[in-house]
Structures are given as C-alpha cells and as structure tokens.
Design a protein around this ligand. Structure first.
Ligand SMILES: [Zn+2]
Length: 172
C-alpha cells in the first residue's frame, strides 16, 4: 500500500511529499480530487507518526506529548512503589517494588529493628549494624527536598541507611 511507500522515505522526502500533497489539496477542485488528496495526506501522516515524525502541528504539541509520556512514567513508577509497615516500631517505608521484594517481603521488622532483635534471618545476607562513619553529603537542594518529604519521621541516618542497603543489595 501507499503506507509502505512512505515508510521507505527519508524524513526530508516525507516532508517534501507532505508539502506537495498540501499544495495539491489547496489547488485541487473540491468536487473532484481534493478528497483523494486529503485521504492521501492522512495516510502519509499516519505512516510518519509510526516513525515518530509529526507534520502540521504546533511546536507545543511535541512538548505536550513528551510531558504526557513523562507523566505516564511517573504514574507507573508510583504504582510500582510498595509500602512496608514494621510490626515493631510501626514505621512505614515506601520503596520501589524491586527493593521491597528483596528487602521486605515476608519480613516483620524494618532493617533497624531487625538488627536490634539480633539474629539475622536465614538467607537474608544482612550485615550486622556495622561500623559508623561520619560523612557529609552534598546534594542538589531538590534532592534534599525529596528526601525530606519521603523520610517522614524516619531519622535521616536511618533513611539513608535503608537507601544504601537497598542499593547495595542490588549490586552485591
Ligand atoms: Zn522497625
């Protein structure tokens, strides 16, 4: 079909074809082949869209599509978050489902409480509370804002500890 024909064109060829069809629509007889050209234009636009090329739209349309896609991504990321509630201290922790599966599924206690209760769970591979090091961390302000929002009433050190251990579990 004509479709296939457009799929094989370069972007420049498509654009030239698009302009040519536009010109024909403007100059053709409304009672005769204008309808056919309009149809043709639709086919071209569809074929182009499948390749991520958009003709005859405002420059904002592309930005809008981008924003919509980003919003969709954010939504699905949020949907992937899972919440764990510690049976000991009552703290609730919201983490990516990947981290949830690895660190919290089937557990009763948060990491801090697990350490306080001693005994590591079989196979958890969890390090003991360990060695304390004082560090200062520089982050862009918006990161700190997100951290502050996210940690709730967790201590900052406990929050960062969860974050680091979760990340290390993925690597180690
Ligand atoms: Zn706890």
């Amino acid at each position: 079909m004509a479709d296939k024909f457009y799929e094989d064109m370069t972007v420049d060829e498509l654009r030239a074809e698009y302009e040519e069809i536009q010109r024909r629509i403007e100059t053709s007889d409304p009672d005769e082949d204008q309808k056919g050209w309009k149809q043709e234009l639709k086919i071209l636009k569809k074929a182009a869209e499948r390749r991520g090329i958009y003709f005859g739209e405002s420059p904002w349309a592309e930005i809008e599509r981008y924003l919509q896609a980003a919003e969709q991504d954010m939504k699905s990321l949020d949907a992937q978050k899972k919440t764990f509630v510690c049976e000991n201290c009552g703290k609730s922790i919201s983490v990516e489902s990947r981290i949830y599966e690895k660190t919290y599924r089937g557990e009763k206690y948060c990491l801090d409480c697990r350490h306080m209760h001693g005994g590591r769970r079989e196979g958890a591979g969890r390090p003991s509370l360990g060695v304390t090091r004082k560090v200062s961390i520089t982050l862009p302000e918006e990161y700190w804002k997100v951290i502050e929002d996210d940690r709730g009433d967790m201590k900052l050190s406990a929050y960062l500890r969860e974050l680091i251990i979760g990340k290390m579990d993925e690597i180690l």
